[in-house]
Design a protein. Structure first.
Length: 367
């Protein structure tokens, strides 16, 4: 894994596809397709696409078209990314160094024709098949490969610069949502710090043992108080002390992934619209407020199977004959004043450097 220092400029590789694979060889032809679009009327063409004709009033389509999702972990969350493309998200940065394996077919949304491809490569194909005017950057490298300055560019730099002029999007994104969709607690800690440093909303999902429940945590500047570390302090501390805390999808049915993706999409739309955007989603975001730990049970007795008693406490006194599985509980979280990520004045908001050049990176080699 490459090591990066604070004063070293990390290079970014916008194309991970190095070999042809059929007539639509993932990234390079997909990006070349974008060149055919007239940059001057890209937005008008995007928002007038008949694919969005039934949902234009449901969302702020021009805002979503100019918004960006940075997705760290393109496995189970691939289906959520595809759904968000159907809703009109115009920019995606995909980060994952894994390839699609046969075992992923039964647990994620891949096709057999995707086996052997980088997950970001396969997802790029499917995204462009749904939304051909979307702008994509695919990075088949570990999240840890990018230092803070580099990640700031992924969050804020125009896609035209990140893709060396291939994307027609020459402006900064209206909103960037950083999503940590990985089982790695270490990766979630990085997501937390990058979101705080970049001043962007973030969202993380963790599947519990055997898919019997899952959690979603989110942050939004000016809305939430606690960061992901504040919420999951014990888990982060255990991970940093060397204990094994990473989750696993072993034994988890696809229904759990689908349930987690559905909630992810709902929360993502609220975060992308912000507190002063489309009334439907802004009202939802304000109602969510500081309740930024969400747990959903998919087992009727998680108190026994997982030792989680929050549901019993929440539903105490309720008519239990009407409750079984699938209920979310939204738990208010307070900021930890001693949090090493958000509780001290150690972070600086990202500001654009004089030059935002993007060059080629090589996994496993110092840049």
């Amino acid at each position: 894994m490459p090591r990066h220092t604070a004063n070293r400029q990390t290079r970014i590789e916008p194309q991970v596809c190095r070999r042809p694979h059929g007539p639509a060889a993932a990234c390079t032809p997909a990006f070349q397709q974008l060149r055919r679009h007239d940059m001057t009327d890209w937005l008008s063409r995007f928002v007038t696409d008949p694919a969005f004709s039934r949902t234009r009033s449901a969302v702020d389509l021009p805002r979503l078209a100019q918004s960006r999702i940075v997705l760290a972990g393109a496995g189970g969350a691939a289906a959520a990314a595809l759904d968000l493309a159907r809703m009109g998200i115009g920019e995606f940065v995909l980060i994952d160094f894994d390839r699609v394996e046969a075992a992923n077919i039964g647990t994620q949304s891949w096709r057999r024709s995707d086996i052997g491809l980088f997950k970001v490569e396969a997802l790029a194909r499917h995204l462009l098949a749904i939304s051909p005017r979307a702008s994509l950057l695919t990075l088949a490298q570990p999240l840890q490969s990018y230092n803070a300055a580099c990640f700031g560019r992924l969050l804020h730099a125009p896609m035209a610069e990140l893709t060396r002029g291939v994307s027609p999007r020459s402006g900064a994104p209206a909103t960037t949502l950083l999503c940590g969709m990985t089982d790695s607690v270490g990766a979630q800690a990085l997501i937390n710090r990058h979101a705080l440093a970049g001043g962007v909303p973030s969202l993380c999902v963790q599947i519990y043992q055997e898919g019997r429940a899952f959690e979603l945590t989110f942050t939004c500047p000016g809305v939430t108080a606690a960061c992901h570390r504040c919420i999951l302090a014990k888990r982060f501390a255990a991970h940093e002390s060397g204990l094994r805390t990473d989750g696993s999808s072993a034994g988890s049915p696809l229904t759990t992934t689908a349930s987690a993706n559905a909630l992810t999409e709902l929360v993502a739309l609220a975060l992308l619209h912000g507190p002063d955007g489309h009334r439907r989603w802004s009202d939802l975001l304000r109602a969510m407020g500081r309740r930024n730990l969400v747990q959903v049970r998919l087992d009727s007795d998680v108190a026994v199977t997982l030792g989680i008693r929050a549901f019993d406490r929440t539903f105490e006194g309720a008519d239990l004959s009407r409750l079984l599985v699938g209920e979310p509980i939204w738990l208010e979280q307070a900021r930890d004043p001693d949090c090493c990520d958000c509780g001290r004045e150690t972070l600086h908001r990202w500001t654009p450097p004089p030059s935002l050049f993007i060059s080629t990176a090589h996994p496993g080699r110092n840049s």
